[in-house]
Design a protein around this ligand. Sequence first.
Ligand code: ARG
Length: 566
Amino acid sequence: MDIKQAIAEKVEAFASVPAADVASWFEVPPSPDKGDIALPCFKLAKSLRKAPPVIAAELSAAFSGFGGIIKAEPSGGYLNFFLDRKDEAEKVILRVINEGESYGCSDEGAGRNVCIDFSSINICKPFGVHHITTTVLGHSLSRIYKHLGFNPVRINHLGDWGTQFGKMLVAYKKWGDREKIENSRSPMRELVDLYVRFHQEAEAHPELEDEARAAFRSIELHDPENWALYDWFKEMTLKEAQRTYDLLGVEFDSYNGEAFYEDKMPAVIEELKEKGVTTVDNGMTIVDLSAYGMPPCLILKSNGGTIYPTRDITAAIYRKNTYDFYKNLYVVAYQQNLHFRQVFKTLELMGYDWAKDCVHVNFGMISMPEGTFSTRKGNAIYLEDVLLKAIEKTKAIMTEKSPDLENMDEVARQIGVGAVIWGPLYSSRIKDFTFSWEKALNFEGETAPYAQYTHTRCCSVLRKAGAYDIKKADWKSLDNESTANLVKAIDALPSAVESAAEKYEPYLIARNVIEICSSFNKFYFENRIMDEDESVRSARLAVTDAARIAIKTGLYLLGIEAPERM
Ligand code: ARG
């Protein structure tokens, strides 16, 4: 039995407080010399009608000679437990080695779908570095949910509808060159250039805007020639975007974007009207949300055109009908907070009680030291370029440090990509984030390359040692502080995964991975792993193996690969 559970049952007998409650109270003492886990006794003060220090002292006596506990020491209102390290180590290490890379898996989510709308790039716009957070957070969340037994549905809700496609058509027909675009290394940039040019020329020639409106209308009416061009814009953009997704190892189950809902909106608009959710204001169809302290949610413009919220409302209903989701997540920057509040409230007003299962997983802004991006000004930094630059830098370092490495290109990709995506994964998602080349290319300190390096160190120790026999492990030899800290850090991974899913915060896993790495490195310097004594050696190799598994699993859940050599 879990030691916390065992203590909680003893406390239940002592204080008549349900063991399940007590088991959730434990805290970590402020420093390791104060023990391994702490029970806050003030929580028992009410039922026992005594002062917390008195309770702590009385309880401590009840734990003398209790299995798995070395001592229980009162400290103020807390009772601090010093656990039997060899028991802890044996239990944790055996579990990790048995579970392997499914360490921390559960079947909690069995039979439940979780829709994750992430990355959701725009056609004919740059796939810029500003898309990094949604892309890597969504990817990580999909792995985390999968680990917990859920079935993630990864959706790239493409921005592939709207008047900008009219502008693209006009620009392409006036200044575009099909062959040049198709043969370019970056068709996306060619298309963006046309878009930028449209805006420049429209300043002097405002009639271009009318042409663009008419052109978009023709797309809406599925004019065969214009539709074919529009389709080709999409194809060109996605073909290039795929290169970035391949570098990142990101995949999707659906690319149903805004255009997909075009023929599904009329029924939803009808439903909104029938249910009396909408009103007409100045010719526009809106949902009045003043009672909820929000501006109205626009459904139809005065010319009858649909807009962004109309499509999101339709998409949510489609997702519910298609996937019967348990949760429906939107990994989108906080600039769209109001938009999602309006969409979710409208769904609720339509009588959909599942509106409460829709979650806007918002995150902070990414800004550039030079200010914000603007597609129209054409000053975006492409995510692919950032990744390639990091890979190139990694390769230069590796060519110097480990020139004989096999599959150098592959390893350079794994490390370069890890370095770049670490930033948005290592702090709470709501924090604003300033992109800098320096940070993205940093391999020192608490970074992905550091974790990857520690993983290769584990692999190298195990490779040199050859096979070890875990049955021969002498768990007593693990009774020292550096090993105990490492065991604790490894043991914390499953609950970090749980909390990351609950709070939609992968950084909780990233922090745990770094904790495991730094404690492994301490363990490595303070303990002789290749001890002459086989039983000691086996125990320390088992610890190394467990650290390797935990680091690899944690990195995997973040969307980061762990090479065996670098
Ligand atoms: N394409 C949008 C943008 O780049 C994000 C779409 C997010 N998803 C959604 N269902 N609205 O801002």
